[in-house]
Design a protein around this ligand. Structure first.
Ligand code: IVH
Length: 275
């Protein structure tokens, strides 16, 4: 309130990245943006622990929940959010900057003045989804099918005010910018947290939920199958939809050595639970 009144008294001093400036004007459409830094790939699906071992080998991996939302890439220049782009067809997405700015878990200014492109998922919690559908029902509007559609649909609304009212969230799981001092995926995750993002370790839970995001060495089939089973139980305590798990090689040098295929990276894969 103090900030609002100060800004009213001195409008010339309003910073475009002030927390009061998150909600902008209605848009008429979304510009197309090419993913010039890096294509946005999807992940190949594994069905068993053995599949995961065959894909990644006996390596150190990070295990993360596969969040069922819409992927989003955020561009920061000198630590300030300059653009937000959806995945689209992987080569080209929509510029949804005005909508992304309304997401409270999308920092407008980072804690360090860096140039970084951050990738992550926009999602809606079950709690928000149920509240939203209750409101839509009261208004006599059409109900939303599931939190994934709700999150993706919200990102494409024309009115940032309505986007803000729907309380979607952003979780950061990677970057397309290379930093030589970052040697592992877990280091990058730690740094994303320091910069001001919520990582896959900071998801809203309904109860204590262990070992859903973790880093470990793949030893054998039995050990990995146990990990997968434990993570499956844990994901039931998340207040958001997941449709599987993601495994990524922890070491960036090894990630780079394996590289990417035409459709999928070779250094990461998804484990899909039966629906
Ligand atoms: S990493 C090269 N990590 O799943 C792609 N993706 O099928 C690297 N997703 O398009 C993606 N949770 O939208 C990654 N923890 C996670 C994820 C995640 C959800 C989505 C993402 C991606 C799709 C891949």
């Amino acid at each position: 309130l103090k900030l609002v009144s100060l800004e009213r008294q001195h409008p010339a001093l309003i910073d475009p990245d002030s927390p009061t400036q998150r909600i902008g004007a209605k848009s008429t459409g979304f510009g197309k943006v090419k993913h010039e830094d890096k294509r946005m790939l999807s992940l190949d699906n594994m069905k068993t622990a053995e599949d995961v071992i065959n894909y990644l080998g006996h390596e150190e991996v990070v295990l993360e929940p596969k969040i069922d939302g819409a992927s989003l890439k955020l561009f920061y220049r000198k630590g300030r959010l300059v653009q937000a782009v959806t995945r689209g067809n992987g080569m080209e997405g929509d510029d949804v900057t005005a909508n992304a700015r309304t997401i409270m878990t999308v920092p407008l200014v980072l804690t360090e003045p860096v140039n970084i492109n951050v990738v992550g998922e926009v999602y809606m919690t079950f709690t928000t989804f149920n509240d939203l559908n209750a409101r839509l029902e009261e208004e006599g509007s059409e109900l939303l099918a599931n939190p994934r559609n709700a999150a993706a649909g919200t990102l494409k609304l024309k009115d940032p005010k309505e986007v803000a009212a729907r309380s979607i969230r952003f979780v950061a799981y990677g970057s397309t910018t290379e930093f030589p001092q970052m040697r592992t995926q877990s280091q990058l995750t730690d740094w994303l947290e320091i910069l001001g993002f919520q990582s896959v370790y900071m998801l809203p839970v309904t109860r204590s939920c262990q070992s859903l995001s973790d880093c470990f060495l793949i030893e054998n089939k039995t050990q990995l199958a146990q990990r997968i089973k434990a993570a499956d139980i844990s994901r039931g305590f998340l207040d958001l939809p997941t449709d599987g798990l993601v495994f990524k090689l922890n070491d960036f040098v090894k990630q780079r050595d394996l590289g990417e295929g035409t459709k999928y990276p070779k250094y990461a894969c998804a484990f899909k639970f039966p629906p």
